[in-house]
Design a protein around this ligand. Structure first.
Ligand SMILES: Cc1ncc(COP(=O)(O)O)c(C=O)c1O
Length: 416
């Protein structure tokens, strides 16, 4: 991937074609919304795996920690190392399963905290760490499978699992957790079954005097759905980025989407009725029309399957995308906007005046979930960090520098 920061000559071009804007003020706002809904003793883990769901892990983590999160959650060891290399000292949970000795040594060296999903994996950790001469005791988190059928040890064998790990001197168990499969469903039957299993595991561990000091269970949906599920910590991903996991959970907190996708018009032209547009001519001009070519395509993360369905925002108006979305470009019907010029900004995701297009809109059109949409913008789009201010539609291609100059205190920076 292009590293824009390492190529100073490219910096003035960051907003010349297409870019992703991340509003750190929205991240801060969302973290505070969640914190306000938690009991004072309940910690907030900011889930920043997958490059913070495409928002940029380091800056999101720093912003979330400054706003009240106290833990970070990632999926892989390199994701944890990236945060440590940026100087972040907060505890970091690796939520994926780690087995490889090189990764285990890296977990210890970078003071990351792994998830242990089986006695066998615990043993691999203990043996690898015991072979290291100066290894300190490693804090670990036990994961139970209570119904997700993904990572975790069978909840019915929680005592055997915990007692096995407890006798390994290289490891110290600091938490017990599980993950919910259906927390975003209005039907709570499955969630309640998982909750009962987690509670039974907790009771048996307590009786065996093996209960870890910290318990956690809730993702964004469960955090919103029921405070009983908060335990000692909640692990919030999607909500941090300002989206709701499901319509019935959307009014509970006032969340603000943090990510916008924008691009510029690169060419304007008149089409005669009957002209076909783009590969395959899947759109034929029904009348004479004016179209705009926009410098963003499926290689940038705009799904090709949205061809002829996508709506884009220009100057507070919603316009139709026409023809197949191509690798680097797409076309819009701008017949009703005669004053447009090359260089004008188009908002693919985000808002323009009162109009808004969200990742939920795209997800609904594509039959997927907003998580997948957010994670899709990571190829060649520069990421522009804004702090409450965004690149406006009338701004020139050097807009990010202009905004930085007019708001010297705002954290606008390239972060690819
Ligand atoms: C174990 C675990 N906890 C928490 C989360 C955060 O989920 P969400 O983005 O729904 O808040 C995830 C994300 O997939 C996860 O895998």
């Amino acid at each position: 991937m292009l590293n824009w920061d390492q190529m100073p000559a490219l910096l003035p071009m960051r907003c010349s074609r297409a870019w992703v804007e991340i509003d750190l003020a929205a991240i801060r706002h969302n973290v505070r919304q969640f914190k306000a809904g938690l009991a004072p003793q309940t910690a907030l883990m900011a889930v920043v795996k997958a490059d913070a769901y495409g928002h940029g892990a380091t800056r999101v983590a720093q912003t979330a920690l400054a706003a009240g999160a106290s833990w970070l959650g990632v999926a892989t060891v390199p994701e944890g190392i990236e945060l440590r290399q940026a100087g972040i000292e907060a505890p970091i949970l690796i939520m994926g399963a780690v087995y490889h000795p090189a990764e285990i040594r890296a977990v210890a060296a970078w003071q990351l905290q792994p998830t242990i999903v089986s006695p066998k994996q615990a043993l691999i950790f203990a043996e690898t760490l015991s072979a290291e001469s100066e290894s300190a005791v490693l804090p670990v988190h036990l994961k139970l499978d209570t119904g997700m059928s993904r990572l975790g040890y069978d909840w019915r064998q929680a005592v055997e699992f915990a007692s096995f790990v407890a006798q390994l001197p290289a490891l110290r168990v600091v938490s017990l957790y599980s993950h919910l499969a259906t927390a975003d469903s209005p039907d709570l039957t499955c969630l309640r079954a998982q909750q009962r299993r987690f509670e039974q595991a907790i009771a048996s561990l307590r009786q065996a005097q093996l209960l870890p000091p910290k318990l956690h269970f809730a993702n964004t949906a469960a955090t919103l759905a029921d405070p009983q599920l908060h335990y000692d910590m909640v692990r919030v991903g999607l909500g941090l980025y300002g989206l709701s996991p499901a319509p019935h959970l959307s009014g509970i907190l006032n969340l603000r989407p943090a990510l916008a996708v924008k691009a510029r018009i690169t060419h304007l032209k008149a089409l005669a009725a009957g002209a076909g547009v783009s590969y395959g001519h899947t759109f034929i001009a029904p009348t004479d029309m004016r179209i705009a070519v926009v410098g963003i395509g499926y290689a940038d993360g705009v799904p090709r399957r949205l061809s002829n369905q996508l709506r884009a925002l220009i100057q507070q108006r919603s316009v139709a995308q026409i023809g197949a979305i191509t690798m680097d470009q797409l076309m819009l019907d701008v017949s009703d906007l005669p004053a447009l010029q090359v260089g004008d900004v188009v908002t693919l995701l985000g808002h323009s005046g009162a109009q808004q297009v969200t990742a939920d809109d795209w997800a609904a059109q594509l039959g997927t979930i907003s998580w997948e949409i957010l994670c899709g913008f990571k190829h060649r789009l520069p990421r522009i960090l804004v702090d409450g201010h965004s690149v406006r539609e009338g701004d020139s291609p050097a807009a990010d520098s202009a905004i930085a100059a007019s708001h010297p205190s705002s954290a606008i920076a390239s972060d690819s």
